[in-house]
Design a protein around this ligand. Structure first.
Ligand code: ZN
Length: 220
């Protein structure tokens, strides 16, 4: 499985011929090194909530350009449909659905949003089960997610102010019972945490913290 941290919360993953994107904020993202047009192939595009830094507009474009399925909370998925995206799955917290043979679960996020509610995703890719919580604070039910789903890799916000910071994200990892983590939603803006050092320290040596640079690709 190949992961690419586009920057902020935006992730591109290729796994056994499947390509997915999560929160693909590219246009206007100060750390993104690609353009929306560079994305030629995508099967499923996930959007956690409607805030501008999570890429709803770019997700709509990518889905139109590639024929990918747009996945989000029901209300935001309806908006994508209204903008002409053909394949759309709108779900709600606790539900499971499938697109391009990839099963995913809509999970809780404790965060505000523009429409519907903010959510996260557990996504069962061919090689790995991943968790991308969108923007969220720490919440105890992450323990349930860890018990129900065998999460191999989590993408966790560590930037603080709008989401969890290093301390809370390290606790989240413990609740999720997850061995690998890619920190996200930091160093995009000056108000956010600027590096992963504190998070690495608190998470401890038993956890594999994969701190990427924006645009960096890694085989896992
Ligand atoms: Zn947000």
């Amino acid at each position: 499985m190949k992961i690419n941290w586009i920057g902020h919360s935006a992730i591109l993953i290729e796994d056994q011929g499947k390509t997915i994107l999560i929160d693909p904020w590219i246009t206007g993202n100060p750390v993104a090194k690609i353009k929306v047009e560079d994305i030629k192939k995508a099967d499923v595009v996930f959007v956690s909530h409607g805030h501008g830094d999570h890429g709803f507009d770019d997700a709509v474009l990518i889905c139109k350009n590639t024929g990918a399925t747009f996945v989000s909370i029901f209300e935001l998925a309806n908006e994508a449909k209204g903008k002409g995206v053909e394949k759309v799955i709108g779900g709600n917290v606790g539900g499971t659905a499938k697109a391009s043979d990839i099963e995913f679960v809509f999970t809780t996020a404790t965060h505000s949003t523009t429409v519907g509610v903010a959510i996260g995703f557990v996504i069962k890719l061919p090689s790995f089960t991943i968790f991308h919580p969108g923007d969220t604070g720490l919440f105890m039910d992450m323990k349930l997610l860890g018990e129900l789903y065998d999460i191999d890799l989590a993408f966790l916000p560590i930037g603080s102010l709008y989401t969890m910071g290093p301390l809370e994200a390290a606790k989240a990892l413990e609740l999720l019972n997850c061995p690998k983590v890619v920190p996200i939603h930091y160093k995009t803006f000056p108000v956010l945490v600027q590096d992963a050092e504190e998070f690495k320290k608190i998470a401890g040596p038993m956890v594999d913290v994969i701190a990427l640079e924006p645009g960096e690709e890694k085989e896992i």
